[in-house]
Design a protein. Structure first.
Length: 297
């Protein structure tokens, strides 16, 4: 492993140990995506030879890729982890949120209420996520320890200084933190680390054949719940995912990269950002920040 990757790994392991030292009931936010898989790998190293001392928390939209769900279940079984699942469908059924309709309908934004309910129900005081500062301009405003108020909301002006890697996890009753151990990593760092550590990933990240359609320049996976516009046509394409979320907002990359070496070359050469194909980020210029303020990841 290069000294650069080793330094990033050591920093993340240090953050994980700080989480265990400062909080009573943390949980790792797990989506089945590469960043959350790397988080689990780092946590396994941080607490070896014991098991990871806190559970995984997955917010299931009901519109997730089956490959990601299968990978999640296998990972939990392999390492004897505890899994908490929050269901967006149950949140809809309870009347707390209203399902979107129309061509651009997505359950991605609805996750916020389900997430905040799961945090409150399970008394989670630190939700550990795989957010990185290079992903999006709103992410760049985050600290490692990101304070959330009693309503789960984020105020970018109310972030604590983190000089010399000294983290302040003090909070009032009802408040919690989101913690991002891989904040300083880039997308390329993550892929190189996956390559060096031989970390298994869902097949979604490698080239595969899938039914897809193009919407305003973004290729989206087709599923029965997707509403097609009259001019949109489902085609069979050779694609892969760069980032994985709800099917309705996960953009696909036309690619022939079917191994880690080819993916790393592809990422190094591209001029499109990782979230450049995320359909939910295109709703407005401040889409990500608006969701974060409300309590999103």
């Amino acid at each position: 492993m290069t000294s650069h990757l080793k330094a990033l790994e050591n920093e993340s392991i240090f953050v994980f140990r700080e989480i265990a030292a400062q909080f009573q009931n943390p949980a790792i936010l797990f989506s089945g995506g590469k960043d959350s898989i790397v988080l689990v790998h780092l946590a396994l190293k941080a607490f070896y030879p014991t098991k990871i001392p806190f559970p995984l928390l997955h917010i299931d939209t009901g519109h997730n890729f089956q490959e990601a769900l299968d990978f999640r279940d296998d990972l939990v079984k392999e390492h004897g982890l505890r899994l908490i699942v929050g269901s967006v469908q149950e949140t809809i059924d309870s009347g707390k949120v209203v399902e979107e309709t129309g061509y651009n309908a997505s359950r991605n934004k609805l996750q916020t209420v389900t997430l905040l309910d799961a945090i409150e129900k399970n008394k989670i005081d630190a939700a550990v996520g795989g957010g990185r500062r290079d992903e999006e301009k709103a992410r760049a405003k985050e600290r490692f320890f990101s304070h959330r108020d009693e309503f789960g909301q984020w105020n970018p002006k109310n972030q604590r200084p983190e000089l010399w890697n000294i983290f302040n996890g003090r909070k009032n009753m009802g408040e919690h933190f989101r913690v991002f151990p891989i904040s300083n990593w880039t997308e390329l760092d993550v892929w190189q680390y996956i390559y060096e550590e031989k970390i298994a990933l869902p097949s979604l990240y490698y080239t595969h054949i899938r039914e897809a359609f193009c919407r305003n320049g973004v290729w989206l996976a087709y599923a029965p719940f997707m509403n097609l516009k009259p001019n949109e046509k489902v085609e069979v394409k050779q694609v892969r995912c760069r980032t994985v979320g709800d099917i309705s907002c996960t953009g696909l990359t036309l690619s022939k990269a079917n191994n880690l070496e080819d993916i790393i070359k592809e990422i190094a050469a591209t001029r499109i950002t990782e979230r450049g194909s995320r359909w939910d980020d295109k709703r407005s210029e401040s889409a990500m920040e608006d969701r974060k303020v409300e309590g999103y990841f």
